[in-house]
Design a protein around this ligand. Structure first.
Ligand code: NDP
Length: 322
């Protein structure tokens, strides 16, 4: 069984939903294969957050992640986008039309927009997926403001940990917990954090499990000192993980050009048009937007912005071929 579409969007976070809205309004009747994403429900990483206070247009308290994603999806559907909550199992991008499988069902498309996002690396302890947004966080920019005048733990020793720890000192005190004494972070960012009097440093500590309040929310970590072997409770009001992100690009290995860190290469570096930013991947007709191709900004609003770009790129590319 095979169904053909002009445009298929893979992924339904802010990038995919925006790409769906724009391609739907352009009359391209996109099919959105929505289920591939942060390992959670369709809608991507924002389904794992609570209030979003930094998406423009929602004053007086913001909007919840699931509600924003639900609204974006509805808006795209209002213009004719079709959503299927399924995980893509395989793609074949070296043929025309492109082929996409969901188990045994095959779809073909003239253009594909990839918006499969990225997921935060987790420690892999304690069933932690269920603790996210319950005292455990993976994005300081998103959730830091909930910890005004509170104590926070940041786990990690890379640039993200330094950046997030420094950012979080706007709100309260930060205890940076890292498993070694050496840092992967760049010298500049490490120095900047080191000079910050609101950051304390707890080194050589490997987290073992989360400490929890009676209501199940996270209030610290139990960690083992890698030198002495001693196990201690490190308490705080909330814990931020900053141990890296993993782009959801396994599906495209060997088919699309990727950076060493697994993110998709887009724009003129991928063989797209020169002279302006664009969402072309190394296969013409396949476009990528959102966190799957962005390890720098990683914000809902930037993902939505590139989703819009991908839709316009796809629409123009299709029009040129017709
Ligand atoms: P990194 O991979 O650089 O660092 C991850 C950190 O998490 C490491 O210190 C690592 O420890 C630690 N870690 C990983 N797994 C575990 C674990 N299971 N338990 C405890 N600790 C763990 O990721 P980042 O997100 O920090 O950075 C990714 C890329 O993005 C880098 O290239 C970085 O330079 C870039 N970046 C740039 C920024 C900027 O320029 N403004 C801001 C943020 C990121 P260990 O060192 O022991 O392996």
């Amino acid at each position: 069984m095979s169904e053909h579409r002009k445009v298929i969007v893979i992924g339904s976070g802010p990038a995919g939903n925006t790409a769906a809205l724009y391609t739907a309004r352009a009359g391209l009747k996109p099919l959105v294969l929505a289920g591939f994403g942060a390992g959670g429900p369709p809608g991507g990483q924002l389904m794992l957050t609570t209030e979003i206070e930094n998406f423009p247009g929602f004053p007086s308290g913001g909007i919840s992640g699931p509600e924003l994603m639900g609204r974006m999806r509805q808006q795209a559907m209002d213009f004719g986008a079709e959503f299927k909550d399924v995980d893509v199992s395989r793609v074949e991008l070296k043929q025309s039309p492109f082929a996409i499988w969901v188990d045994d069902t095959q779809y073909t498309a003239d253009a594909v927009i990839i918006s499969t996002g990225a997921r935060s690396r987790l420690l892999g302890i304690d069933g932690e997926e269920k603790l996210i947004a319950r005292g455990l966080h993976t994005c300081a920019t998103c959730d830091g403001a909930f910890y005004r005048n509170k104590k926070m733990i940041v786990i990690g020793g890379g640039d993200t940990a330094m950046e997030e720890a420094t950012f979080l000192t706007r709100f309260g005190d930060v205890n940076l917990v890292h498993r070694r004494e050496e840092f992967r972070a760049s010298k500049t960012m490490l120095e900047r954090a080191r000079k910050n009097p609101k950051i304390t440093w707890t080194l050589n500590e490997q987290p073992l499990e989360y400490l929890k309040r009676e209501n199940g929310t996270v209030c610290g970590i139990k960690a083992r000192n890698t030198k002495s072997g001693q196990v201690t409770d490190i308490k705080a009001d909330g814990v931020f993980l900053a141990i890296g992100h993993i782009p959801n690009t396994d599906l495209f290995k060997g088919q699309l050009k990727m950076h060493d860190n697994g993110y998709l290469v887009t724009g003129h570096e991928a063989g797209g048009p020169t002279g302006h930013p664009n969402t072309y991947t190394s296969v013409h007709g396949v476009f990528a937007c959102g966190d799957v191709q962005d390890h720098t900004y990683r914000q809902a609003i930037t993902a939505a912005g590139t989703g819009c770009m991908a839709a316009i790129d796809a629409e123009r590319w299709l029009a040129e071929r017709e």
